[in-house]
Write a protein that binds this ligand. Structure first.
Ligand SMILES: Cc1ncc(COP(=O)(O)O)c(C=O)c1O
Length: 392
């Protein structure tokens, strides 16, 4: 066993293992963007130690001096086995995958394969903010088909947007976020099947960002987009980075449905060169040997999801919150608080708690904040206390 420092020895819940003092020694974006008196509950980094099998894989690579370039399909095979066990999906074929540096660069490569310059890329806001700049930087046009008021895919709105997007004759893509960051919606098989039908009807190619796929509450089924009937021409991005807190170890997989294999074959091998070999070993170990750790994480996230709902009801009565099973992110509707379009700025200034500003997530985001609850119950409680203090 590789020993990993933690403040409560033997604590099974990874979210309870580290003290705030130890977390503040981290040097990543979450911990260094704001001054020390600010409690950071914003960017999607988790306050967990790294799972022991991952630490072991990286340590052993260092000991071997195994720090060269990536090789082989071990990551894809580990993901395929994980998908079979966790999602009951046996359709992930290692030969229809490509290594990419991370999820967003994989999205860019996928969009390059299925659209051309100036073509529309449809997104459903409020959605992960980088979708917008990555698409425009690639020279494609962002077109919004917002989520419905129930924070689920609005299939009628999507159909109308698809129809208009292809009317001009270009190639269009839909960038699906599944589970949906920031609202936590886990799309059902029926919704995804209906999406696939629409995509085929209008000739829109679906690129599914499934970065948070393993982070779905127990008892709720995650359905991989490529597993639904009619999704064969889709492309998906998957990674261990979100579920095992490995964003600093760059690697992800671009997965093609059977009908997109020829598209994937056109991707230059060089597009995968930015993935790190050590990261690939880390992600592979997570998927292969880190499922007990993941289960402990999901149990801790369930507890936090419940705790947050209670705390919001008690301490933030003006805030509307619909707990959702996907991701470790909560979407809080603060429009009734009278804090204006950017409540995150008020919470930061008056409460010294950093949240993501909802306005950054596109249409429907103003007046909301996104809170990352992948932390200890103590920190979560303190975060809500600070938010409440900002309102007095
Ligand atoms: C929906 C979504 N996609 C992609 C990413 C980024 O993943 P990566 O660091 O692998 O690009 C995130 C990070 O939070 C995310 O929430």
């Amino acid at each position: 066993m590789t020993s990993i420092p933690q403040d409560i020895p033997g604590e099974p819940n990874p979210l309870r293992a580290l003290s705030l003092d130890r977390l503040r020694r981290r040097t990543s974006m979450k911990w260094r963007t704001y001054p020390e008196d600010v409690l950071p509950l914003w960017v999607a980094e988790m306050d967990t130690p790294v799972a022991e099998p991952v630490v072991r894989a990286v340590t052993e690579a260092m000991e071997r001096g195994d720090t060269g370039y990536p090789h082989g399909t071990g990551y894809a095979e580990a993901l395929a086995a994980f998908a079979g066990k966790r999602w009951d999906w046996d359709g992930l074929a290692a030969e229809r995958t490509a290594l990419v540096p991370d999820v967003m660069l994989g999205v860019v490569e996928a969009l390059k394969l299925v659209t051309g310059p100036g073509d529309p890329v449809i997104v459903s806001p409020p959605v992960y903010p980088p979708f917008h700049p990555f698409v425009t930087h690639l020279g494609r046009r962002v077109v919004e088909a917002p989520l419905g008021a129930d924070l689920r895919l609005d299939l009628a709105g999507l159909e109308e947007t698809f129809r208009q997007a292809v009317a001009a004759g270009g190639r269009a893509a839909y960038l699906l976020c599944s589970p949906h960051n920031p609202v936590g919606t886990v799309h059902t098989e029926e919704e995804l099947t209906a999406l696939a039908v629409l995509a085929e009807r209008y000739g829109v190619r679906v690129v599914a960002d499934e970065a948070h796929a393993p982070v779905v509450a127990r008892g709720v089924r995650f359905v991989p987009y490529l597993s639904v009937p009619g999704a064969e021409r889709g492309l998906s991005l998957m990674s261990a980075s979100k579920a095992w807190h490995l964003a600093g170890l760059k690697a992800a997989l671009l997965v093609a449905g059977a009908g997109a294999a020829a598209d994937l074959a056109r991707m230059p091998e060089e597009a995968g060169h930015g993935a790190s070999h050590v990261a690939v070993l880390a992600h592979t170990a997570a998927l292969r040997d880190g499922t007990a750790w993941l289960d402990a994480l999901l149990a801790g996230l369930d507890d936090n999801r419940r705790l947050l709902a209670e705390l919001v009801a008690e301490r933030l009565p003006g805030v509307r919150h619909r707990p959702a099973p996907g991701t470790f992110l909560a979407w809080l509707d603060c429009r009734a608080l009278g804090l204006g379009g950017d409540p995150a700025a008020a919470f930061l200034e008056r409460g010294r708690v950093a949240l993501m500003s909802g306005a950054d997530f596109g249409t429907g985001g103003a007046g909301h904040v996104r809170l990352n609850f992948a932390t200890s119950p103590q920190v979560l409680t303190e975060g809500v206390r600070r938010m409440a203090a900002a309102l007095t």
